[in-house]
Ligand binder design. Structure first.
Ligand SMILES: Cc1ncc(COP(=O)(O)O)c(C=O)c1O
Length: 307
C-alpha cells in the first residue's frame, strides 16, 4: 500500500513535514547500506495508545548502532521520548514505528567514518502484514534457496539495512513462486528464520525455535513468545532445527512485530496440522493479543502509554 503520509517525521531532533523529509543522494547509507533501524508498533488499547516494548526496541537499535561503530547524538531514553513526541505530533492512535540511524552526507567511499550519524523516526499506519486472513487461517511458506548469512560475514544480531538485501531475495523468491513467505536456512543448512520474522515449531506439545547462533535476528516478539509460552507452562526449547522437522511439525508459526503471531498452514506444499490454527499457536496468539487488548495484565511492563 502506498504511503499516504502521516504529517511529521522526526529528523535529528526536528519535526519535518512528511514531504520535506529528504536526504541527499550522496548520503553514505544509499550507496553502502550503512543504516540500522527498528520496527515497533503502537497499538490502540482499551486504556489508550501504547507502544509495545518500546524500550527493548530502542535498546536493540543502540546495540545495532554499536556493532557498526555508530554513536548517535541521542541516548536510548531520548529516542524513546522522541518516538512518543512524534506519535503525539501526528495525533496517531495506532501506528508502525520506524526509527533509523544512518550514515549521512559528507563524502563517498567505503570508509563510513567521515559521514555524520543521522537519526530519523517515521510512523505510518500498517495493518496486518501478510493480509487480513493470515492471522486466523495461516500462510503458505517455502524453504528459500537463499541462505542466511554465515556468522562471520554480516552480524545477524544487528538490524542493519544491509541485512535486508538478503531478506529481499528471500521475500521476492517466495512471491514469484506463489508463496506468502519463505524460511531461510543458515549457512549450516539448519532452519534460521523468515525474511522478516522468527519461526516456531510445535511437536508433541513442545515449542522449538532456532537459537541465536542460527543467524537469526533475535526478535522481540520471539522473546515475548518465549516468555508467554513459559508462563503458560509449555516446554520451550531454543534448539538447532533440521529442515525436515518443519515437515513433520504439528504446528508452525511466525513471530515478529509486523506479522505478530501468524500460523503457517503449509511448508513446501506439505500441509501442517489440520489446516486451521493449532491449539498451541492459538494459546500463544491469544495471550499476546490479550496483553495488547487489555484482557491480560501487563505484568512485564511491555506497554508504554503515549498520551
Ligand atoms: C529478519 C527478521 N527476523 C526477525 C524479526 C522479528 O523481530 P521483532 O519481533 O523484534 O519484530 C524481524 C523483524 O524485525 C526481522 O526483520
Amino acid at each position: 500500500m502506498a504511503f499516504t503520509g502521516t504529517g511529521k517525521i522526526w529528523m535529528n531532533g526536528a519535526l519535518v513535514d512528511w514531504a520535506d523529509a529528504n536526504i541527499h543522494i550522496g548520503s553514505h547509507v544509499i550507496h553502502y547500506g550503512s543504516g540500522v533501524f527498528e520496527g515497533a508498533r503502537c497499538y490502540q488499547t482499551p486504556n489508550g495508545s501504547a507502544c509495545f516494548r518500546l524500550d527493548t526496541h530502542m535498546r536493540r537499535l543502540m546495540d545495532s548502532a554499536k556493532i557498526y561503530r555508530m554513536v548517535p547524538a541521542y541516548s536510548q531514553k531520548q529516542l524513546e521520548l522522541a518516538v512518543l513526541d512524534t506519535i503525539r505530533a501526528n495525533a496517531m492512535k495506532a501506528c508502525y514505528i520506524r526509527p533509523v540511524v544512518y550514515r549521512g552526507y559528507a563524502q563517498l567511499g567505503v570508509n563510513p567514518f567521515p559521514c555524520p550519524i543521522d537519526v530519523a523516526i517515521m510512523l505510518w499506519e500498517w495493518g496486518t502484514y501478510l493480509g487480513a486472513e493470515a492471522l486466523e487461517k495461516g500462510v503458505d511458506v517455502k524453504v528459500s534457496s537463499w541462505r542466511r548469512m554465515a556468522p562471520d560475514t554480516f552480524p545477524a544480531l544487528a538490524k542493519t539495512s544491509a541485512n535486508y538485501a538478503n531478506a529481499q531475495l528471500i521475500k521476492m523468491e517466495a512471491i514469484v513462486d506463489g508463496y506468502a513467505e519463505a524460511v531461510a536456512l543458515d549457512s549450516q543448512g539448519f532452519v534460521s528464520e523468515g525474511s522478516g520474522q522468527n519461526i516456531f515449531v510445535v511437536r508433541d506439545g513442545v515449542i522449538y525455535t532456532p537459537p541465536r547462533s542460527a543467524s537469526i535476528l533475535p526478535g522481540i516478539t520471539r522473546d515475548s513468545v518465549l516468555t508467554i509460552a513459559r508462563e503458560l507452562d509449555f516446554d520451550v526449547r531454543e534448539e538447532v532445527i533440521p529442515r525436515e522437522m518443519l515437515y513433520i511439525a504439528d504446528e508452525l508459526f511466525f513471530a515478529g512485530t509486523a506479522v505478530e503471531i501468524t500460523p503457517i498452514k503449509s511448508i513446501d506444499r506439505i500441509p501442517i496440522g489440520t489446516g486451521s490454527m493449532g491449539p498451541v499457536t492459538k494459546a500463544i496468539q491469544q495471550a499476546y493479543f490479550g496483553i495488547i487488548n487489555g484482557e491480560r495484565p501487563d505484568t512485564h511492563g511491555w506497554l508504554t502509554f503515549v498520551y
